[in-house]
Structure formats: structure tokens, C-alpha cells
Design a protein around this ligand. Sequence first.
Ligand code: TXA
Ligand code: MG
Length: 329
Amino acid sequence: MKTEIKKINFFSLRKAKKILLSGGLIGMPTETVYGLGADGTNSSAVKEIFNVKGRPTDNPLIAHVHKDFDIESLVEIETPYVKDLIKAFMPGPLTLVLKSKGVVTEEAVCGGQTLAIRMPAHKGCQKLLKLVNKPIVAPSANLSKHTSPVTAEHVKNDLDGKISLILDGGKCLGGIESTVLDVTSSVPRILRAGLITKEMIEKVVGACEIAQHKEGDKVKSPGVKYRHYRPKCDAVLFKEEEIDKAIEFYNAKLAENKKPYVMCASYLKDNFQGKNLLLLGETDREIASNLYSKLLEGEKIADVIIAIAMPSEEGIFLGISNRLNKSCG
Ligand code: TXA
Ligand code: MG
């Protein structure tokens, strides 16, 4: 199968619709990362997502809908604060886990009772979802375990020959996946941290918990237990207070004739003068936005990425730190 990348326009959107409605898969942009979309009501299309990605079959998918879609046709909203969250953050990088009504096929929810719902803010993606007017299930459009894609080219690098169309909506600005929030109980719980932070959610609903995923736990969001986001080269993580150790490690790699790169926030760059650098930017948002593209750039040019951890685990840094720990830890 030939894989085409097409800019989003009248024609490519109609082509995408045709593929989706006939049970095929497409690459599609969102404001967080690119997704691998399929009709969420079509079992065989959904199964194909797991095949193409090599995704474990106990890891459920997120259903993506347009901003005027009647969410209550897919899930039950029993907890009163959910509507406030929808009003505050949707469309946007927030995914809500709710009780499923079974319209989205059981293959997508891996036989579970809940369905994760998200309304992407990306304009081109909204156009596609509106045109198709169905729940489109979409995991990140990478091979399982690899770094998530933030450009159409990144998708092609992983899925070339496996899907026929990738809609090109430019580089994803968010850069890390949506916040996954379990809203089936009286207090919402963050299952995966992202750009919509605990603090932002608390402003709307009062309280919000962060799920602690410990080894051996029966996890609520299976995706978090897998190795994830790994670049193809070696990658190691040092704390900010271990910069000396990181430099020692860098020099040792050079001595082995290896090509090391330091990946860090831009404000740390003076510590690494004369060294190969992958700079992530100054602010939490910039760093989130650049993280995956720098990992994917790094895997092409480096033998080993030496990442420096974030200064805190507050706000957006929590989501960034979770990804750094998995990709480089
Ligand atoms: O930003 C995003 O969320 C991107 C874009 C493409 O929308 N999608 C994405 O999908 O990151 P994926 O499949 O790579 O990650 C989905 C996460 C996984 O950790 C999965 O376990 C969790 O959401 N999840 C999905 N359905 C769930 C459910 N019913 N209950 C609990 N966790 C769920
Ligand atoms: Mg993913």
C-alpha cells in the first residue's frame, strides 16, 4: 500500500471520510499528537488499529468527536461536575472517561464498561470529525512503544505502507497527549497527566486526584503500565542536580567514539557549552511542544540522548516528566 501525505483541504477531507466509512485507517492531526483514526463503530476497523500499531489488546482507545457531537449518545453523564468540565475544556486536550453506552465497539474499549471521549481543538481535525459525524477512535499514530508523532512525516516514518492516507495539519502545538481524566466517581482522577493540569481542573470542580500507578496495581488506565515513547537510540535521564554526572557520562560516550546529545531545557544550555544539544525551549508549554520532535530528531543523529529532568512535577511539568521518565528513564 502506498502512503500519501495530503494537506487538509476539501478533497483530502472527503477522501479521508471515504476511507473511514469503508473501514480503513487514516493518520490525522490533533492539537496534541497525530492520531491513527478508524470508525469507532466498526469492529474490524478498530481491530486493524491494534494490528497496525502492534498495540496490546488490553489498552483501550479514545473516541474523538466534533464540538457539536451529542456526547450523551455515547456515554452516560451521571456525575454533575462533568458538564462543567466539558464547558471549560472542550474542545481541547482533555479526555474524559465515562460509562459507555456501547455504541463504540467493544474492541475499542477492550471489553470494559467505560469509554474515553475527547474533542480535539485542531481546526482541521474538527472539520474531518464534523464531516464524518461519527466517533473516530484514535491512538497516537506511532508503532507501539515508540515516540508519539507530532508531524505527518513522523507518522509516515512509523506507518509507511500500512495506511493509505495521512492528513497533514502541520506540527501539533500541544506536543504531549491529552490529560486522561476518570470522571466516573464523585472526585475526578487524572489517569494520564497532560496540558490540562490538576490545578486547572480544581479551579472548575474543586477537587482532583492524581492516580498513583504502582507496580502490581490493577491499573485503571492500562496504557500507563507499558514501556512508552522510546526513541530508537539509547536514552538516559539525569536529574537537574546531576549535571556534573551527565557531563561525565557525555565525555565517556565520546571516548567510546559514540555520538551523545544532551536534551535539556534551553535555560540550562550554558552548562553544556561546546556539546551536541537538543534544546527543548524555555517554558513548560514550549518544552511539552518540542519534547517528541526533539526525541525523534535525536534518534536520527545521536547514539545516545542524555536527557536532563524537569525542574518540578507541578502543572504541565508533571505530564512532561511522566513522558521523560518513560522515554529516557
Ligand atoms: O492526545 C491524545 O490523547 C492522543 C490524540 C491522538 O488524541 N491520543 C492518545 O491515544 O494518546 P493513546 O491510545 O495513545 O492513549 C490513550 C490513553 C491510554 O493510556 C489508555 O490506556 C487510556 O488513554 N484510555 C483509553 N480508554 C480508557 C478507558 N476507558 N479507561 C481508562 N483509560 C483509558
Ligand atoms: Mg500512545
